[in-house]
Design a protein around this ligand. Structure first.
Ligand SMILES: [Zn+2]
Ligand SMILES: [Zn+2]
Ligand SMILES: [Zn+2]
Length: 352
């Protein structure tokens, strides 16, 4: 541990921070954040998005590509993606040319899940009880998909707003279930496993305890979950949502914890919208234990929120240049980002 004046001196100057979940470093250049603040902030008006769009393939009663008609659903709707990135039935095989040209087949299922029949809503505008139905459906999907013997990992994720590649404003997420662990899951599982083996404790339980005693990077808490800007955050307002009790997956949450998750998701996404008074774009997703049948005590349920906006509704961070060739970097520190998110109200800016 550094004496705190040294820590604050260091945090004012360029430094590297280590991400124990991935084993990678990031670069922090806080002195650059003193550049003049540009970009006027104009609250975006309530969108003119209708609550039902006859051309939307996710709205109740509408036809999707291939002629399937959506039911007149009331809460959530889950269906197999009409254009899936992965397929469940493909032949086995392998290719390896001198270790240089390698390929293996990858089986998987890709589902789409609508959060609500309302075309114009997003998580911050939904009631906690409605969001809890989303959480309950995530749990059902996790349980159902994990029973398939060949499914070893389940990735739930949401891309929100066109800036993050969402092709349709209708509130929805994707659930991909697949044979292999993919890059981020592999890095995290390896780190979590190694930590448990060498320290005898869960990395994220220990990390959360440290953040709670420090407090500088905490954003929000309720009885069941904490949201913080991780020490090693790359995106300007990146957050990590962690279950307070050691749970390896969504299926281990009690009913009370599921409602705690719904409540904190609403508060976090509301603050995100309030930050630049705009529907806040992000990619978010849950990391849970692999579903290969082992207990995976090293896993600890958490969600990452990766929002691209930096200074206003229109000024975003790009991952270019040094970040593509060297390492990701940021200028506002995780501590400053957390303080800004902490100050924001829980009431949505459009709710006057
Ligand atoms: Zn729709
Ligand atoms: Zn834990
Ligand atoms: Zn993770």
């Amino acid at each position: 541990m550094f004496p705190s004046d040294f820590k604050h001196h260091m945090f004012d100057l360029p430094h590297r921070r280590y991400n124990p979940l991935t084993g990678e470093w990031i670069l922090v250049s806080p002195h650059r954040a003193r550049r003049p603040w540009q970009g006027q902030q104009e609250p975006s008006a309530r969108s003119d998005c209708p609550d039902y769009d006859p051309d939307c393939h996710l709205c109740p009663g509408n036809s999707r590509t291939g002629g399937i008609r959506n039911p007149d659903y009331r809460d959530t709707l889950v269906f197999d993606n009409d254009f899936p990135a992965l397929l469940p039935d493909i032949p086995a095989g392998e290719m390896d040319t001198g270790g240089l040209l390698k390929a293996t087949p990858e089986k998987g299922l890709c589902r789409v899940m609508c959060f609500s029949p309302r075309h114009d809503l997003s998580l911050p505008q939904m009631a906690p009880a409605e969001i809890q139905k989303v959480v309950d459906e995530w749990v059902r999907q996790f349980l159902e998909l994990s029973k398939l013997g060949w499914i070893n990992h389940i990735q739930i994720f949401e891309n929100k707003e066109a800036l993050m590649g969402a092709s349709n404003p209708h509130p929805h997420c994707q659930i991909w279930a697949h044979e292999s662990l993919h890059n981020e899951a592999v890095k995290e599982q390896n780190s979590l496993r190694a930590w448990l083996d060498t320290q005898g404790q869960c990395l994220l339980c220990q990390y959360l305890e440290l953040e709670q005693s420090d407090g500088e990077r905490l954003v929000l808490e309720n009885d069941d979950f904490s949201v913080l800007v991780p020490y090693w955050a790359v995106w300007p307002f990146e957050t990590l949502l962690i279950s307070k009790r050691h749970r390896t997956g969504l299926d281990q949450l009690s009913t009370g914890e599921r409602s705690g998750l719904a409540e904190i998701l609403k508060r976090l996404t509301t603050r995100y919208d309030n930050l630049f008074q705009t529907p806040f774009p992000y990619s978010m997703g849950f990391h849970q234990r692999p579903t290969d049948g082992a207990s995976h005590e090293e896993s600890h349920l958490h969600a990452h929120f990766y929002p691209p906006l930096l200074r206003s509704a229109t000024i975003r961070k790009f991952m270019v240049g040094f970040e593509m060739l060297g390492t990701p970097m940021r200028d506002i520190t995780a501590e400053i980002a957390a303080a800004r998110l902490r100050e924001l109200p829980d009431k949505h800016y459009l709710d006057g």
